[in-house]
Design a protein around this ligand. Structure first.
Ligand SMILES: C[S@@+](CC[C@H](N)C(=O)[O-])C[C@H]1O[C@@H](n2cnc3c(N)ncnc32)[C@H](O)[C@@H]1O
Length: 209
């Protein structure tokens, strides 16, 4: 039975245990998790808009957590597409690798994306999809990770990242929005995804400078 009161609940087997695991991870480390529930499938669909996951090349997911976006990415991957996911939490990384054998899950920080791409024979990624909580992160770390993403995204590539409704009104959330404008020639904001808790929107970024 689908729980319509909670937009982040999917009715999928294992959804409650994922939500519980996610919440426990938040209690352990609120600053790196940055949310109390996994994202909804409605937000996942917005995140993947405009991404070519079928056409070969390299797709990267940053901060996949319990796999709210991963489970929508994996079935869309083309036979020639390589997919790497970088997740800081060791327990989440292990579980994600078991569930998604097609994806190479790496238990490391997004700060080290360049070396992991190189280890997989790539210099750039065509798609980068991020669940990293920028608004919970100090500006220097935002600069390091987002600067790296802009350098490692292919010139025709697409980078998508979400933020919660309140974040642009916080100091760190506003700093992140300013940084995206500086690093990318084109930054588009999606409509608000109300069927997510908390409501969120996506920044779709192209033309890395
Ligand atoms: C808000 S959760 C999002 C999880 C999932 N993408 C979703 O939307 O439900 C943020 C995730 O980013 C991970 N994370 C935070 N900082 C990171 C970093 N520097 N590198 C890789 N993962 C990171 C956290 O461990 C957590 O799993």
């Amino acid at each position: 039975m689908r729980d319509t009161a909670n937009p982040n609940r999917t009715g999928r087997p294992g959804a409650w245990s994922d939500a519980w695991r996610f919440f426990r991870a938040f209690l352990r480390s609120p600053g790196t998790i940055g949310a109390v529930l996994p994202s909804s499938r409605h937000l996942a669909h917005r995140m993947l808009e405009g991404h070519d996951l079928e056409g070969g090349g390299v797709v990267v997911e940053l901060g996949p957590g319990t796999g709210a976006f991963t489970r929508h990415i994996e079935p869309r991957l083309g036979a020639e597409t390589q997919c790497l996911a970088l997740e800081l939490d060791p327990e989440a990384s292990l579980r994600l690798q078991q569930r998604h054998p097609r994806i190479r899950v790496i238990n490391d920080s997004a700060e080290n994306l360049g070396s992991h791409l190189a280890a997989h024979g790539a210099t750039r990624a065509g798609s980068i999809i991020s669940g990293i909580p920028w608004a919970a992160m100090p500006p220097t770390l935002q600069e390091t990770i987002l600067g790296g993403i802009a350098r490692l995204l292919a010139p025709e590539g697409r980078f998508s990242t979400f933020t919660y409704i309140q974040s642009p009104h916080t100091r760190r959330g506003a700093a992140c929005a300013t940084l995206l404008e500086r690093l990318f020639g084109r930054v588009e904001r999606s409509p608000m995804v109300w069927r997510n808790f908390p409501p969120a929107f996506v920044y779709h970024c192209e033309q890395p400078r």
